[in-house]
Design a protein around this ligand. Structure first.
Ligand code: BG6
Ligand code: MG
Length: 222
């Protein structure tokens, strides 16, 4: 079966926001707990929703907060800091190779969707000048976060497709697990090992289009 839909993650795939996310968390923890977050913790929050990221960072810092309202207020404050940091994003922040890939897929009538855990995904796409290029944006607000498959399945259901006709692109371990849990073909990009990915690339600029063509035509042929 051919691929009819490609679902892109945002952070780390279309643009690089890891630094801004982590900078906002760092400011928050310094302000409220006078803690300097360990830079290594960043990998634990990649691809993980805002509230779950907070839970992870609290637990790694040995802080216990029982009240969900307090945790939501902290997550909200982090988001306001994060939104300030991404205000200045523009099309120069689109990662190398992304526009070429979108163009290539559109020429072949393959649908493209945004499947980000971020509630700032649509805002960022607009800032990057890519909003209209995408056929669908998944709203993650009421979906279980990655590594659960919900975000990818939502995009698939929107186009009334089966998993085998969908391909996901992710930079995070949680994201690759979500794509595989959805039963789809997974392309992994970036520095993490992502051993569950069906195809692993350093970045989209080094994409081998001949191999991609073969995968899109018949992803499960060995
Ligand atoms: C993911 C990021 O894409 O989105 C995570 O990798 C982030 O770091 C998550 O926590 C949620 O983003 P937001 O913008 O809704 O806080
Ligand atoms: Mg990501």
């Amino acid at each position: 079966m051919r691929i009819a839909l490609v679902i892109f993650d945002m952070d780390g795939v279309i643009t690089e926001t890891t630094h801004e996310h982590y900078q906002a968390w760092t400011l928050l923890f310094k302000k409220h707990f006078n803690i300097n977050l360990n830079p290594d913790f960043e990998t634990y929050t990649r691809g993980v929703s805002r509230l779950e990221s907070l839970e992870i960072l609290l637990s790694k810092s040995g802080i216990h907060i029982a009240s969900l309202d307090v945790k939501k207020a902290l997550a909200n404050e982090k988001n306001l800091m994060y939104q300030q940091l991404i205000q200045a994003f523009d099309s120069s922040k689109v990662l190398p190779g992304v526009k070429d890939l979108i163009h290539y897929l559109k020429e072949r009538n393959i649908k493209i969707a945004l499947g980000s855990a971020s509630k700032n995904g649509s805002f960022l796409l607009e800032r990057l000048g890519l909003k209209d290029a995408f056929d669908y944006h998944v709203d993650p607000s009421h979906l279980r976060s990655k590594p659960k498959p919900d975000i990818f399945l939502d995009a698939m259901h929107h186009f009334r497709l089966s998993p085998k006709a969908c391909l996901g692109i992710e930079d995070a371990e949680a994201g690759i697990q979500a794509i595989k849990a959805a039963g789809m073909y997974a392309i992994g990009v970036g520095k993490e090992p992502l051993i569950q990915a069906d195809w692993k690339l350093n970045d989209l600029a080094s994409l081998d289009y001949q191999k991609l063509e073969e995968i899109l035509m018949n992803p499960y042929e060995k």
